[in-house]
Design a protein around this ligand. Structure first.
Ligand code: THU
Length: 136
C-alpha cells in the first residue's frame, strides 16, 4: 500500500537534491531526474555530457538505468528539474524511454530553477506512443 501524497517526500525534492551532481560542462544546463517505482523505491539520475556531444546522456536515462539495475521496471511517478526559467520537459527521446516503463496515466512533474511546477501525464507528453504492446 502506498502512503498518501501528503506524507510522501516530494519526488521533485529528490530530483533537486541531486541536480548539482550533473556533469554539464558544455551546456552548463544541469538536470536532475527522480523516478518513484510501484514498490515505492526512488531512483535518481543526472545528465552526463561528453566532449563528443552526441554521446551525452540525459538525467532521465540515468534514473532509468539505475531503476533497471535495482531490479525494477514499473514507474509510478517521474520528476525532472532543470536550470531554466520554465519547467523542464523531458526531451523526445526521454519521453519514449519513460513510456517503456510507465503507463500513459503516470504523472511527470517538471520544475524550473525558480520553483515553477508543471505536471503532465506520460500520455499527454507522448500521445500515440509506440509501446511494448505493439510487439506482442
Ligand atoms: N537534458 C536532460 O538531461 N533531460 C532532458 O529531458 C532535456 C535535456 C540535458 C541534456 C544536455 O546535457 C542538457 O540537458 C542540454 O540539452
Amino acid at each position: 500500500m502506498s502512503l498518501p501524497t501528503s506524507v510522501r517526500p516530494s519526488l521533485l525534492d529528490e530530483a533537486a537534491k541531486i541536480q548539482d551532481k550533473a556533469y554539464a560542462p558544455y551546456s552548463n544546463f544541469r538536470v536532475g531526474a527522480a523516478i518513484r517505482t510501484t514498490s515505492g523505491a526512488i531512483y535518481t539520475g543526472v545528465n552526463v555530457e561528453n566532449a563528443a556531444y552526441p554521446e551525452g546522456t540525459c538525467a532521465e536515462a540515468g534514473a532509468i538505468a539505475a531503476m533497471v539495475l535495482g531490479g525494477e521496471t514499473e514507474i509510478a511517478e517521474v520528476a525532472v528539474i532543470g536550470d531554466s526559467d520554465e519547467p523542464v520537459p523531458p526531451c523526445g527521446g526521454c519521453r519514449q524511454k519513460i513510456r517503456e516503463f510507465a503507463g500513459p496515466e503516470v504523472q511527470v512533474s517538471m520544475m524550473s530553477r525558480t520553483g515553477k511546477v508543471l505536471t503532465m501525464t506520460v500520455g499527454e507528453l507522448l500521445p500515440g506512443a509506440f509501446t511494448p504492446d505493439h510487439m506482442d
